[in-house]
Design a protein around this ligand. Structure first.
Ligand code: FAD
Length: 290
């Protein structure tokens, strides 16, 4: 089979908008490799409103936005269930799909693998290893994709914008967070982040606070925190670690034929910004192929 002109790694907003833009520019020999069962990236499992305005002048939920993006690339070669394990020094991609390991080469490669939140281990939260500890991204997969409620009363660690996405996700299945914990003296999300959490969603925000230990046998039972210099316990049955995004760079390589777009180029952006960036990078790729 003929090698594609362009391989795009990652079928989120950046990758799909790039594939679409390349097709508009007459470059249709493009393959998108997506490790999940369906393309759409993070918005696919982000069931609240807040997507589509910057790209389509619509206000959609994440799954609605993801479906619109998938429709826009119908007829193109979108290979789901395909993980890129490595980009070799020779520029050949080592992949794993449903049939096993394989390789694919292309004249140009675009990395659009996004970003992920920092989980528990690198945050040095000590204690036991009970169930109910996860990032917002993992919580959204449970709640929106599987309709599963992993806890009833978690604490949320962090106060970035994404921490508010965690609150909205909790509300979807009647989960009531007991507190948001923030190490700094103010919320990371700009004002009125704190008042919104407290007054609209009923979630107290504990500033100058950090999590020391997670307790529990099967399920989380409590967390020990240091708050304004005092050690105290908070009863809860889950912990959501939010934000502190790190680029998804496991396959990362550099070279003249490799391009990047979307959240893999930190810092965290909105889905619409990534969508526009994907299109802009697609135009650079098209020029480089001319
Ligand atoms: C919890 C949360 C809430 C958010 N809420 C909003 C909001 O309300 N509004 C908004 O505009 N934005 C929101 N965002 C941000 C938005 O989701 C991102 O900006 C956008 O999804 C980034 O697009 P992307 O294409 O760069 O990456 P992603 O959407 O992360 O897509 C990357 C894709 O690459 C795939 N991939 C990664 N590695 C590999 C590999 N090795 N091989 C194959 N495939 C791979 C992944 O499976 C994924 O599908 C939110 C983000 C989060 C995490």
């Amino acid at each position: 089979m003929q090698d594609p002109d362009v391989v795009i790694i990652g079928g989120g907003p950046a990758g799909l908008s790039a594939a679409r833009r390349l097709a508009e520019l007459g470059i249709r020999n493009v393959t998108v490799l997506e490790r999940e069962a369906e393309a759409g990236g993070v918005p696919r499992h982000c069931g609240h409103l807040g997507f589509g305005w910057q790209s389509h002048r619509r206000i959609w939920s994440g799954p609605h936005f993801a479906a619109a993006m998938r429709r826009s690339v119908e007829g193109l070669d979108i290979r789901t269930g395909t993980s890129v394990l490595q980009i070799g020094e020779d520029g050949v991609l080592r992949i794993r799909d449903r049939s096993g390991l394989g390789e694919i080469a292309a004249r140009r490669i675009m990395i659009a693998t996004g970003t992920r939140e920092t989980p528990r281990a690198p945050r040095f939260a000590g204690g036991s290893r009970p169930q109910g500890v996860m990032t917002t991204g993992a919580l959204q997969q449970h709640v929106y994709l599987q309709g599963f409620r992993p806890f009833k009363a978690p604490v949320i660690v962090g106060t970035e914008w994404v921490s508010f996405s965690a609150i909205l996700t909790c509300r979807h299945l009647g989960i009531r967070p007991v507190a948001m914990i923030e190490a700094q003296a103010r919320t990371s999300a700009p004002w009125p982040g704190g008042p919104i959490a407290r007054l609209i969603y009923g979630v107290p925000v504990l500033l100058n606070s950090r999590i020391l230990e997670i307790r529990g046998k099967q399920q989380v039972e409590a967390v020990a925190i240091q708050s304004d210099g005092q050690r105290r316990e908070l009863a809860c049955d889950g912990v959501i670690f939010t934000g502190q995004f790190v680029p998804e760079r496991a396959v990362f390589a550099e070279g003249p034929t490799i391009f990047t777009a979307g959240n893999v180029n930190a810092p965290l952006k909105t889905s619409g910004q990534c969508w526009h960036e994907g299109r802009a990078v697609a135009e650079n790729i098209a020029r480089s192929l001319a």
